[in-house]
Design a protein around this ligand. Structure first.
Ligand code: SAM
Length: 316
């Protein structure tokens, strides 16, 4: 059942993470190329009539887009959308958390790949570790539920922190999720050589804490969740590379330039921005959306990667 939409609200970001948007790789689009909030809300409304119930705002960095809370308010008004969440690097979340919650944001996922301040700057290019840490604290305090943390490990860069991240799930009511790195347009960095499979991450954690117990976590994603026995938080594994979850994938992706994709790895898309700006009728647009959803239902086998993309544009 395709019921979940991830929306990249901007290709811009306030970090230059080595694995996502390294310094020098920026080629940001002019604002006129990016969907307006009215256009996004109109698309969500049509997609809600095709079965979409849950929406996640991502980017780029969604919190660098001005007044993102007004988009949340617009989506909140669509009756069949039951949940709005956001994936953010957390830098601006501390300042905006209350406004976002009041606008209707229900859940947040914060990306953080190290718990060491100096290393944070080496991975992201900026010195914002404390801001992110404060945002995690604020998110927990104001009651986003659950608060998830996304981490990716790279050999020789941060893979000595696997236990530190697992320990966060003991100390805090956080859902810590380990995502396997996959190559993108920025492959020239040779990070593939530093790939750490999630089966290794799990082995390291189980060696230290014993066998992990299965856990239930609210969400829509492909994570398989566990818990260290007796702890508040949970540990999830998103096996982007070594596992595949096509058969149970329920998501569509709307890129910042208004292309709707059935899958991150599929080049097939429909250009909703063009349709809107050429004044196609609502029924013509919904027909194209339903066709795309129908096509996705036929993805019973893993999708072969056929093109390279930039995460900030399509939306991570
Ligand atoms: N700026 C926000 C953030 O940092 O969470 C949202 C966008 S970011 C592209 C969304 C997620 O994609 C982050 O958790 C990030 O770590 C993940 N990501 C980016 N590039 C990736 C890659 N090459 N492999 C796996 N995950 C990646």
């Amino acid at each position: 059942m395709v019921n979940y939409l991830r929306i990249s609200v901007t290709d811009r970001c306030n970090l230059r993470c080595i694995y996502c948007l390294p310094s020098g790789m920026e080629s940001f689009l002019p604002h006129s190329e990016i969907l307006s909030y009215e256009e996004i809300a109109g698309i969500v409304k049509m997609l809600s009539e095709c079965g979409i119930r849950k929406v996640r705002l991502t980017g780029g960095e969604p919190l660098v887009r001005r007044k993102i809370e007004s988009l949340i308010e617009m989506i909140k008004l669509i009756p069949s959308i039951s949940e709005i969440s956001m994936t953010t690097n957390g830098i601006l979340l501390g300042q905006k958390a209350v406004v976002l919650k009041e606008a209707g944001l229900g859940r947040v996922t914060i990306s953080l790949n190290t718990l060491k301040e100096d290393r944070y700057e080496r991975i992201t290019g900026y010195d914002n570790f404390q801001d992110v840490w404060n945002s995690i604290d604020t998110a927990l305090k104001i009651g986003f539920n659950p608060v998830k943390l996304n981490a990716i490990f790279f050999k020789g860069i941060n893979d000595d922190e696997i236990i530190d991240f697992a320990e966060l799930s003991i100390e805090f009511d956080l859902s810590i999720r380990f995502i396997e790195y996959f190559s993108t347009q920025n492959e020239f960095l040779n990070l593939e050589e530093r790939f750490v499979p999630n089966r290794v991450v799990k082995e390291v954690i189980e060696k230290r804490f014993g066998r992990l117990l299965p856990a239930e976590v609210i969400g829509n994603g492909p994570a398989i969740n566990y818990r260290i026995p007796g702890t508040k938080g949970s540990i999830g594994f998103i096996d982007s590379n070594e596992g595949y979850f096509c058969a149970r994938c329920n998501r569509l992706r709307l890129s910042s330039v208004g292309k709707l994709y059935p899958c991150l790895f599929s080049p097939f898309n429909i250009n909703l921005k063009e349709m809107l700006r050429r004044n196609l009728t609502r029924s013509e647009m919904m027909k194209a959306m339903n066709n795309l959803i129908h096509k996705k239902h036929n993805y019973s086998k893993p999708i072969k990667r056929e093109y390279e993309f930039a995460m900030n544009k399509i939306g991570g």
